[in-house]
Design a protein around this ligand. Sequence first.
Ligand code: HEM
Length: 487
Amino acid sequence: MPPGPPRSFWGDNRADISTEHPWKTFTKWNKQYGPVISLYLGWTPVVVLGSAQAACDLLDKRSEIYSGRPRSIMAGEILSWGVRAITMSYGPRYKKWRALMQASLNSGAVAQYRPLQSLESKLFLRKLLDVNDPMEYRGHLSVFQMSVIFRLAYGRRVRTLQDDIVLANMQAGINFGKVQVPGKYLVESWPFLLWLPHRLQWFRHDVEKAREHDLELYMGLMNRVRKQMADGTAQPSMATLGLERQHEFGLTDLEMAYTLAGPWDAGVGTTVITIEIFLLAMLHYPKIMKKAQLEIDQVVGSSRMPEFEDTDSLPYVNAVMKEVARWRPVARTGFPHALTEDDTYNGYFLPKGATIYPNIDAIMQDPELFPKSEAFHPERFLDTTNPKLQNFTIQFGFGRRLCPGLYVANQSIFIIIARLLWAYDIVPATGPDGQAVIPPDDAFITGLITRPVPFPCVFRARSRAVGNMIVLEADRAEAETARWDAD
Ligand code: HEM
């Protein structure tokens, strides 16, 4: 087995892993023991990959045996019937699920979502003109991405965080989060408890109630689209595509309903947080903001907003986007994979059943790829011939589990970043003492994805003309988006 930290008195390494910042522990161990290390969580061997080379060699190049997920009894099997994407083991069911995802989210298909992303981003810019509270932007940003995702999945949009559909989906997210707390459920370490008669499995009862809630929600959303298709009123979406070709994809109603929920599960928080990290970076690196604004002013000018067609003409803005994802990655410990066959790598034995963490935090600091990694330095992505930097996707994971939403996520991030820079100076709020409030640059709330501790941010329109155009464009966007409103 690869080297790693000694096990504690309890026989594993759980006690030594920071519950607040687990990625810091992993990165410290990768620096100390090497790019491929091993440890134990309970009885399960865990391998942590701390370099881009190792992650690529194993998770990309040998992905046929590195694409499982660790068994999760409560979140995967009991709450989600084994059909929720992120916990699904790798096999025939996963491949059917992935086929629908690919059909809706591949690099060509996502062009159809651009008009909606453009319209929603105009409404977002408009809301920023009126905010008084420097924390308010967070809610507006969430509504932007929720609306994009709902439209994409079910052909309808959301207007506020109080929409019923938002509240119900948030509850489903809370249900999922609750059963993922490590160590909370004995059955995860002692699966033989599943042999008890059903009524004696005390850990199931609350979770099964939550499962009823989720099932009703996901089935309801899917069946609503089915009815609209019968009435001829459905807007094209992943749901219409999936239901039209349900037989071909080979998905049952249950599998289809959970597949359609995947974009919400995995595509709202991740994208919103990435844009929050962009804002955090701009507060810390105002010169980089000015440089990106200069590029936009030269290419786009002030008489129109940046459009998707400008993407290739804005290399610096693209480099800023990549550097945001590298500087403070959203999934710091990576999403765990599971190894489905015994393997060897550089003379080490890696056992079947091991959990494999691609330690994205350490990979983003890999000195070979990212010298002076602590600096926010978009230029590292320009003038490079290294394909890993040119086609930078490390933030989206690896191999056959690579995030299927990467193209649509990048579209959301690009249009928001480019238009924010075009429209506003992003500046710190002023505290009660009259001083600028610069938030800490590495204070994050932990979880499977890590979110910056909420911070204030002020958006100052760059000119009166820009302000007028934001109002005009938002009025038009409002009229155009009406057809996606829920009835
Ligand atoms: C900046 C935004 C995003 C980031 C950083 C991100 C990152 C990730 C990562 C790291 C994974 C795990 C990959 C692995 O296991 O190696 C993942 C999986 C996934 N992502 Fe994303 N994601 C983003 C946006 C999206 C969007 C917009 C969608 C949907 C529209 C989406 C849908 C999914 C799904 C369904 C999975 C599960 C894939 C599987 O288990 O095979 N993601 N994402």
